[in-house]
Design a protein around this ligand. Structure first.
Ligand SMILES: *Cc1c(COP(=O)(O)O)cnc(C)c1O
Length: 233
């Protein structure tokens, strides 16, 4: 290993260890508050990161990764799947209906189900490929025009549609709070919608606010830059 590669490896291993410590502390605080054990999954967001950083995270034992583009993820993960059979790949970026076949073939979890046409296309494709993926509903808690996600007031009906009509295995909810607002109220809203729909997985919290998300019951946090550093733009 060159010095530069081994430096990358140790920086990323240290970042991962520090985040695991913070998650463990946040889990313990949640347990003290609520009496509930909520193990939190760290989804390492590898979009637009160079290969050496991805391989460093793999070397440090990280196995759950999030990507926001199907094509970019294929290039990165199809070869690495051969070397690591125990990977879990989450799609966390908007999915076009014409990419559902590729998405179902590559990913294990689709976090971004947000409209009936996509739900139906995913359900049909999972039957065709005989692959039943876990799916989360993305909720646009801030009702931002530029963001994907179902509006919060439509979430209950949409969850029912996905389960009953589209045949999807809906196991959780995901949100991306607006940049310019308190994230806490969005985390709380997502938790409320999950509870009344009997969903146990909450994907919320990123590099800057994951500990707060865990305090509101997150079971999966999606962290990119705090692990890997700044992304290519
Ligand atoms: C990029 C991205 C993240 C990670 O963001 P960081 O601030 O780098 O931790 C999390 N979730 C989604 C949906 C993203 O697109």
């Amino acid at each position: 290993m060159s010095d530069e590669i081994s430096k990358t490896h140790s920086v990323i291993a240290d970042n991962l260890a520090a985040i695991h410590d913070k998650i463990a502390a946040a889990e313990a605080a949640y347990k003290t508050q609520t009496g509930l054990d909520r193990p939190v999954t760290l989804v390492a967001v590898s979009k637009r990161q160079p290969d050496d950083r991805i391989d460093a995270a793999l070397g440090a034992g990280q196995r759950v990764f999030g990507e926001n583009r199907v094509q970019e993820a294929q290039g990165r993960w199809v070869p690495r799947r051969d070397r690591h059979a125990d990977l879990t790949l989450h799609l966390i970026g908007p999915l076009q209906t014409n990419k559902t076949a590729d998405a179902v073939a590559l990913f294990d979890v689709i976090e971004v189900v947000d409209r009936p046409k996509l739900a139906k296309a995913l359900g049909d494709e999972m039957i065709r490929q005989n692959r039943q993926l876990d799916c989360y509903i993305q909720v646009n808690t801030g009702k931002e025009a530029q963001k994907s996600g179902i509006p919060p007031e439509d979430a209950d009906d949409f969850i029912a549609y996905c389960r009953d009509e589209a045949g999807l295995n809906i196991t959780g909810l995901m949100c991306i709070p607006p940049n310019d607002e308190e994230a806490a109220m969005h985390f709380a809203l997502l938790q409320t919608i999950a509870k009344r729909n009997h969903l146990s997985i909450l994907s919320m919290g990123m590099s800057d606010d994951f500990e707060e998300a865990v305090a509101f019951g997150a079971t999966a946090v999606r962290i990119g830059s705090a692990i890997f550093g700044a992304r290519d733009s």
